[in-house]
Ligand binder design. Structure first.
Ligand code: NAP
Ligand code: ZN
Ligand code: ZN
Length: 350
């Protein structure tokens, strides 16, 4: 076992504070990663505050959050073939899965039919709690690590490991590209990656944000149009406009209003994970043969494809670097939608 420094919430809703814990010794196929940066995802806040208690079997405290992990390989197990010491690598939202079910065999480990071992607030295949990236190192099987783009700064690539893949996967699955009009709802960590990626894929992109405050930013990120959802006129004007809506909002909202903005055969993909159920009216779907769908992150193969795509197209996250001592303040700012557009913890501050 090796001693690891990090930050943890000791109980639900407690602020994060310094915490020391043990990581396993590397096994034959494990790599040890010296963590340089970790993004702050809104999911970290939901989980630290036990906000998904209606959906999760259990929340595990002390909780070391963090699943946008970027670092450098510092040691490798005897049978590791994919990485060597010094490689720039990443870890996203999961660190293992059953490896044999139909989902795992199709590269969809996040939809493992047996057990996906999430990076934190979960148990690995042996039932041992997992601890995330707000820490100085992590030990992970080489098959669940990612190679980071060589040509891009590591700090600005950390958020690709959750925010990036969470938008890339549905944009690809529902064929965002030339001739398609995509709406991104909510311009936060996920949303701003959605704008950049949909634009890089060649789609026409509109942003639906609560107010017009972020309009100039959105246009700089690649949006063609920008609308405030606080203005009821937006929902009249945009009726039947979009082939695809990707909804990243973390809070309760009226999904029916947004479904009405889809073209015939359009799809709204929910990626935001509000803490309570949201009612959907049958008429919002039957009118226009519309679909309401959901999507969770992406598998290892697709995450690597996304990282390579970002390397090729120069896509990174717009980040604000914070020392780990400021993590609780950063959480408060995320909750106020006051992040431009992802906080990334500089682990050197530990
Ligand atoms: P974030 O940075 O806080 O962005 C969420 C955005 O939603 C905000 O910036 C804001 O955009 C909008 N918003 C917030 N409160 C709202 C409200 N009451 N009404 C309308 N809009 C509101 O969060 P994030 O890290 O992007 O994560 C977003 C959600 O996705 C979270 O629930 C997270 O847990 C979930 N998530 C899901 C997956 C997945 O695999 N499906 C992966 C990662 C995260 P505007 O200021 O533009 O209105
Ligand atoms: Zn996340
Ligand atoms: Zn599986």
């Amino acid at each position: 076992m090796s001693k690891t420094k990090g930050y943890a919430a000791m109980t639900s809703k407690a602020p994060l504070a310094p915490y020391t814990f043990e990581r396993r010794e590397p096994r034959e196929h494990d790599i040890v990663i010296d963590i340089k940066y970790c993004g702050i995802c809104h999911s970290d806040i939901h989980q630290v505050r036990d906000g998904w208690s209606d959906y999760l079997e259990e929340s595990i405290f002390p909780m070391v959050p963090g699943h946008e992990i970027a670092g450098v390989v510092s040691a490798v197990g005897g049978k590791v073939s994919k990485y060597k010491v010094g490689d720039k690598v990443g870890v996203g939202c999961f660190v293992d899965s059953c490896r044999t079910c139909t989902s795992c065999r199709s590269g969809l480990e996040q939809y493992c039919l047996v057990h996906t071992s999430w990076t934190y607030n979960a148990r690995n295949n042996e039932g041992v709690p997992t601890y995330g990236g707000y820490s100085d190192k992590i030990v992970v099987d080489e098959n669940y690590a990612l190679r980071m783009p060589e040509n891009l700064p590591l700090d600005a690539c950390a958020p690709l490991l959750c925010a990036g893949i969470t938008l890339y996967s549905p944009l690809r699955h529902w064929h965002a590209g030339p001739g398609k009009h995509v709406a991104i709802v909510g311009l936060g960590g996920l949303g701003h990656m959605g704008v950049k990626l949909a634009h890089a894929l060649g789609a026409k992109v509109s942003v639906l944000s609560q107010s017009l405050k972020k309009e100039a930013d959105a246009k700089r990120l690649g949006a063609d149009h920008f609308y405030a959802t606080a203005d009821p006129e937006t929902f009249t004007q945009l009726k039947g406009s979009f082939d695809l809506i990707v909804n990243t909002v973390s809070a309760q909202m009226d999904w029916n209003q947004y479904l009405n903005l889809l073209k015939v055969d359009g799809t709204m993909v929910v990626v935001g994970l509000p803490e309570k159920n949201i009612p959907v009216g049958a008429f919002a779907l039957t009118a226009g043969r519309r679909s309401l769908a959901g999507s969770a992150i992406g598998g290892i193969r697709e995450t690597q494809e996304m990282l390579d795509f970002c390397g090729k197209h120069g896509v990174t996250s717009d980040i604000e670097i914070v020392p780990i001592q400021k993590v609780n303040e950063a959480y408060e700012r995320v909750l106020k939608s006051d992040v431009r557009y992802r906080f990334v913890i500089d682990m050197a501050s530990l």
